[in-house]
Design a protein around this ligand. Structure first.
Ligand code: AR6
Length: 169
């Protein structure tokens, strides 16, 4: 059984086996939660990302997929990087957003992670409406076949926290 918990705050301050990063395909950093994770986690994370790009992820990490690196100086063993879809008004990309949660949990299972902290993937720069993102995230985690014991959604502001709380009801 996976317990889902909610926290309002900065995910880089969390303690968990794995912290999920809302990255982009380049894996080479960006703004938002990605920038914050690299800033606080230090250069070891980027170093491993560069090695992944030089190896089997030469073309980058596809949208909806996930890959793990060290967590550097964060209070975690791993960062799991996943690439959310950019929200589209004309195309239904919700399957890709659900896949981010599912694939991240699959990688967490492979690592043996028991606690995993997620941000609200795609709800910042990638503009996914918060209520819909919360629905997709909560459904994907509830339906996941995973050995992870705690999934913690770490929401940056009250609005995001309220949207997820409403879904968990
Ligand atoms: N802790 C928890 N949540 C956070 C934090 C934090 N420290 N910082 C921001 N958020 P975003 P995306 C929230 O833009 O939409 C990057 O440049 C934020 O309020 O970080 O998936 C990447 O490199 C929002 O609700 O990720 C990609 O290019 C949520 O995290 C692109 O942005 C996600 O916002 C990915 O865009």
């Amino acid at each position: 059984m996976t317990t889902i918990t909610l926290v309002r705050g900065d995910i880089t301050r969390e303690s968990a086996d794995a912290i999920v990063n809302a990255a982009n395909s380049s894996l080479l950093g960006g703004g938002g939660v990605d920038g914050a994770i690299h800033r606080r986690g230090g250069p070891a994370i980027l170093e491993e990302c560069r090695k992944l790009r030089a190896g089997h992820l030469g073309k980058g990490l596809p949208t909806g997929r996930a890959v793990a690196t060290t967590a550097g100086a964060l209070d975690a063993r791993w960062v799991i990087h996943t690439v959310g879809p950019v929200h589209s008004a004309t195309e239904d990309r919700s399957g890709l957003l659900a896949s981010c949660y599912r694939e991240s949990l699959r990688v967490a299972d492979e690592l043996g992670a028991r606690t995993v902290a997620f941000p609200a993937i795609s709800t910042g720069v990638y503009r996914w409406p918060m209520d819909d993102a919360a629905r997709i995230a909560v459904t994907a985690v509830r339906e996941a076949d995973t050995g992870v014991e705690e999934v913690r959604f770490v929401l940056f502001d009250d609005r995001a926290h309220a949207a997820f709380a409403a879904r968990l009801g």
